[in-house]
Write a protein of this length. Structure first.
Length: 307
């Protein structure tokens, strides 16, 4: 498969993403969000009544999906991949380090592709989905989760308001995330059949905004936008953002909430056995009969609308 074009716009600094995941691999106690997302993804997988001889775990971190999968059936062999060599080395079983936009797999390698909160960091999401569709066997399953547009909306608002007030302008402080309404179209563009997109909103509370920022760094999920400001945030700006976060979103007990929108994409590589849409004009039953109403000629409807 071809690597992404070097002249396209890079939204994210992939080197920074990789280095931050390497640092996160050396820390413990910051994986609650990924564990929760992995459990939810495997619950979806359990609803599919079939077995998958060979599956890909894209963005495996330290193998948490593989460990959770061991308690359930369905997948017989799991190939684990992460852009971070430090994370990939911690996964048990078959593992390697590779970028999600340049996967080293032949077409038709997998019966299923799973991914837990990794694809929101790719620069070319349509291209990555296309590669995953090609890596699937016909009628293979794509089941992935990624962070959606409502993620960290409170932090984004507090930081932008504080930076504008203290510095007279704003810079990218929180990574942009894909919107739910766009993702179904991306699956179709990549050639998937029967795409389904849905989301869950998970709210986590913290003592204050600084605790949330520390958690994001520990996860390896802090800002990696290519156009981000490279200097440290001014102390006065950070203090104001922390205060604003509490003022705008603080709870009665003094803690503050942080929203994480977990978007799940489910789709299938095309296969002739799958249900196919009827050709236009091939219906054998009229809509009015199905609805139990009287059918009106089109001309009558137009005339009523004019009068």
């Amino acid at each position: 498969m071809q690597a992404p074009s070097p002249d396209r716009i890079a939204v994210f600094d992939r080197r920074a993403v990789r280095l931050r995941r390497d640092r996160a691999a050396r820390r413990e106690g910051f994986d609650f969000l990924f564990i929760e997302a992995a459990e939810r993804l495997l619950d979806r997988l359990g609803d599919v009544d079939r077995r998958f001889p060979v599956a890909l775990d894209l963005g495996c971190r330290d193998g948490l999906l593989g460990r959770a999968r061991d308690r359930r059936g369905g997948i017989e062999q799991l190939v684990q991949v992460d852009a971070s060599p430090a994370f990939a080395a911690q996964a048990a079983g078959m593992r390697l380090s590779a970028e999600p936009e340049a996967l080293p797999f032949a077409p038709g390698s997998f019966d299923a592709v799973l991914s837990v909160l990794a694809l929101h960091w790719v620069n070319d999401l349509p291209g990555a989905l296309l590669q995953l569709r090609r890596a699937l066997k016909p009628d293979g399953l794509l089941l992935v989760s990624l962070l959606g547009g409502e993620t960290l909306s409170e932090l984004r608002q507090a930081l932008m308001t504080a930076e504008f007030a203290e510095e007279g302008g704003v810079s990218p402080r929180v990574s942009p995330f894909a919107e739910l309404r766009d993702l179904g179209g991306l699956l179709q563009r990549a050639g998937f059949a029967m795409p389904v997109v849905d989301s869950d909103r998970l709210t986590v509370t913290y003592p204050d905004a600084l605790a949330l920022m520390r958690e994001l760094r520990g996860m390896g999920e802090s800002n990696a936008v290519a156009e981000r400001r490279r200097s440290f945030t001014r102390r006065v700006t950070l203090a104001r953002a922390t205060a604003l976060y509490g003022e705008m979103f603080g709870l009665p007990d003094g803690r503050v909430p942080a929203s994480f929108e977990i978007v799940t994409l489910t789709a299938w590589a095309p296969h002739e056995s799958q249900p196919q849409p009827l050709r236009p004009g091939s219906a054998t039953t009229r809509l009015a009969a199905a609805l139990g109403t009287d059918e009106q000629p089109a001309g009558d409807t137009v005339e009523r609308g004019i009068r």
